[in-house]
Design a protein around this ligand. Structure first.
Ligand code: UD1
Length: 364
């Protein structure tokens, strides 16, 4: 069986890694990786391949950054001849980035069976580009591989037949399970002069939080205020850095008391930092899941989440992305008042094996 996996942006790499490792263990599977080049920096892309031991992509489409229409269209245009030439039995796409919908749309129209890993998640917020990518990819894929209960419920409510859906668990947690010991050895907090459980790790890059100058200014001032109460480590996503520079807030943020600004970190360093943080304040999708697995409090600065099991079972809480709510939640956290969580079902390190089993069983 020839499986072609497509990756494009940072959160895709830790999802494809365990699938690549598992495919390599199975004699009957040939695995090809196509990188669209949606992300291209060492920090946003290459470091993940090196550290997570993902085979070098067989093809890199080199698409790069652009508007949604241009980026999605260019990926489709460049991917079509590749899939025609390689003619795999299956395409695997992961997550919800532009590369996910672009690749699946091309493959399905060419009659290639397509499996969507991390299917069924819904924020029900169609202003998020990722929500459109999730809805569209699920609507056209042949096999929908689900990470958590809400994914099963959403697909059922949308009328998807059970025969298309398999509850495999969370491949990104496979990567975490297999790397947590190595990440702990990195001891990144000490390297950055931070004390375990005495700093807050921040990530922020959602267009809803960083693209509107007024919102970005409000959130930046809020982070500066938090840093004056508890050290903050903030590895800044390039989108956010660009926006901060555009509105002249970069210097103010990076020189604020208690604020440690840095570039995006490699996977092991980031997990090490998250694992020993007092809490993580984020607008990411995947980090809500990683903190739930590690039992670290997570404050998600968003009006909604497509990963409700991190709230129902895990350590996550949604905080409206405004100054008042973030400061209230932070002071509750700093006074030691945060829930303990549990790990959702099938977040056990073996999801990639169930993903490949699902593809093999589908063909029987
Ligand atoms: C994309 C995903 C988002 C994911 C995020 C993780 C979509 C619609 N969005 O958003 O779901 O959470 O990746 O990072 O697919 N840039 C660099 N170097 C890079 C890549 C990007 O400097 O390697 C800069 C460019 O200025 C670019 C900007 O970051 O314009 C934004 O990148 P883009 O891929 O458009 O979207 P993300 O915000 O990263």
């Amino acid at each position: 069986m020839h499986i072609l996996s497509v990756v494009g942006a940072r959160p895709n790499f830790m999802k494809i890694a365990p699938i690549a490792w598992e495919a390599a263990r199975r004699d009957n599977i040939k695995h090809t990786i196509v990188h669209t080049g949606q992300h291209y920096d060492q920090a946003m892309s290459h470091s993940f391949f090196d550290i997570l031991n993902i085979p070098k992509p067989d093809v890199n489409l080199g698409i790069g950054s652009a508007s949604h229409g241009v980026q999605t269209g260019k990926i489709m245009q460049e991917f079509e001849p590749i899939i025609k030439e390689l003619n795999p039995d299956w395409l695997i796409v992961v997550g919800d980035v532009n590369s996910t919908i672009a690749a699946s749309l091309v493959a399905i129209k060419m009659g290639i069976k397509t499996a969507h890993v991390e299917a069924g998640l819904r924020s029900c917020d169609r202003t998020m580009p990722e929500e459109i990518n999730r809805l569209a990819t699920d609507a056209i894929s042949d096999l929908l591989l689900v990470t958590e209960q809400s994914g099963l419920d959403n697909l059922k409510n949308e009328g998807v037949p059970d025969s298309k859906v398999v509850f495999t668990g969370n491949v990104m947690i496979d990567t975490l399970v297999h790397n947590l010991t190595a990440a702990k050895k990195v001891n990144a907090a000490a390297k950055f002069g931070l004390t375990s459980r005495e700093y807050i790790l921040v990530t922020m890059h959602r267009p809803g939080n960083v693209d509107d100058p007024e919102k970005l200014e409000e959130l930046t001032q809020t982070l500066i205020d938090i840093a004056s109460q508890c050290p903050v480590f903030f590895p800044v996503h390039p989108r956010t850095r660009n926006r901060l520079e555009d509105i002249g807030l970069w210097d103010k943020l990076s020189s604020a008391d208690g604020m440690h600004i840095d570039t995006p970190q490699d996977y092991l360093t980031f997990i090490s930092l998250a694992n020993t943080a007092k809490a993580v304040l984020t607008d990411s999708g995947g980090i809500q899941e990683e903190t739930t697995y590690m039992g670290v409090p997570c404050l998600t600065m968003r009006p909604n989440t497509e990963r409700p099991s991190t709230i129902d079972l895990g350590t996550n809480e949604l905080i409206q992305p405004n100054r008042k709510e973030i400061l209230e939640a932070t002071s509750r956290l700093l006074s030691g008042n945060w829930k303990k969580g549990t790990v959702p079902p099938l977040w056990d390190g073996n999801a990639a094996s169930r993903v490949l089993d699902a593809l093999e069983n589908h063909d029987k």
